[in-house]
Write a protein that binds this ligand. Structure first.
Ligand code: UDP
Length: 308
């Protein structure tokens, strides 16, 4: 197939690009390189077409069978640095891609997020939970942008008959994350490898569920090629860990001498997060296979190679 991946030079995007190339597809990547890097695509650079562009202002005027929309900074530190661009990327970027899909018959995969559930009052989170999101907080540019993008997908499916697939992606980690990504896995590994203090925000008792990137990419491709029209599907690993658990695991795996240090909890930081993946498991036959301990080992090796 002829496939467009927006945000294809980012962390998840680059893994997806590589997998689709190896499956034999013809891949075009559009990326504005705001938080992503061309070097993430080195291993497939001769096999893809790369275009540096911003989906809010330009998309290629070509026919694609499938479009994966992964364009958007995803780390709170980075999306809050440019909040208006973040919102525009999700809303205007997705709108542009949906118009293109409506005109050409392409199928669109929308990378949505567990952030649509905000600071959840139902745990674990099933897809029919509408969420608890602050519309005017520091996370809103990301959360509300992704929620509006889902709305656009639903409306284009209903009124313009566009084929859309919607993945709600939970916390994902693995090689090719940036050392300065700002998220908990990358921060803790870099801090541990340098024997610097591990920065726990709040009391460290908030929880997250961490999915290894190859599992996640497999789920994305399965969902794209399923018949689940305009049906949001959670993709994440249901194993749930406190941030303190994660710190101890990383200290043990790196044999670090880092102490723990406590910093203020950022505003609107969700207290718990865990996907209910019943729908992914029963409807597309997907469950993640890589445990947190197994996935942290290659992730730590990757960071060791880029920071030493
Ligand atoms: N966190 C932390 N220390 C860090 C970075 C993050 O304790 O150095 C916490 C953060 O407050 C949140 C969790 O780890 O509760 C996950 O944060 P991350 O930015 O990775 O992703 P989020 O799920 O919040 O988008």
């Amino acid at each position: 197939m002829n496939i467009l991946i927006t945000g294809g030079a980012g962390f998840i995007g680059a893994h997806l690009t590589s997998k689709l190339v190896h499956m034999g597809h013809t891949v075009t990547v559009v990326d504005n390189l705001y938080t992503s890097r061309l070097s993430n695509l080195t291993s497939v650079s001769s096999q893809i077409t790369f275009i540096e562009a911003d989906v809010t202002t330009w998309i290629p005027n070509q026919l694609f069978d499938q479009i994966y929309n992964l364009a958007c900074p995803a780390s709170p530190v980075h999306y809050q640095h440019q909040p208006i661009s973040t919102l525009k990327t999700s809303v205007i970027g997705t709108l542009n891609l949906l118009e293109h899909a409506a005109a050409t018959g392409a199928r669109l995969f929308q990378a949505s997020t567990s952030e649509v559930y905000g600071d959840p009052t139902i745990h674990p989170q099933p897809e029919n939970y509408w969420g608890n999101v602050n519309p005017i907080g520091i996370r809103s540019c990301y959360d509300e942008g992704k929620r509006a993008a889902e709305t656009l997908c639903g409306d284009f499916a209903r009124t313009r008959h566009v084929e859309v697939r919607i993945a709600r992606i939970f916390n994902t980690y693995g090689p090719m994350m940036r050392a300065d990504d700002g998220r908990v896995v990358s921060n803790f590994i870099v801090q541990a490898l340098q024997n610097n203090p591990i920065t726990l925000y709040g009391d460290g008792r908030q929880t997250r569920s961490f999915c290894y990137v190859s599992d996640l990419v497999d789920g994305c491709i399965r969902l794209m090629n399923s018949d689940l029209q305009a049906t949001p599907i959670n993709l994440g690993n249901p194993g749930e860990f406190t941030v303190t658990d994660l710190a101890h695991k990383i200290i043990a795996l790196t044999q670090s001498t880092s102490p723990l240090t406590y910093l203020p909890l950022p505003q609107d930081d969700p207290k718990v997060r865990r996907p209910d993946i019943t729908a992914a498991s029963t409807l597309i036959g997907w469950t993640p296979s890589i445990s947190l301990d197994s996935g942290l080992i290659p992730t730590i090796e990757y960071f060791r190679s880029i920071i030493s």
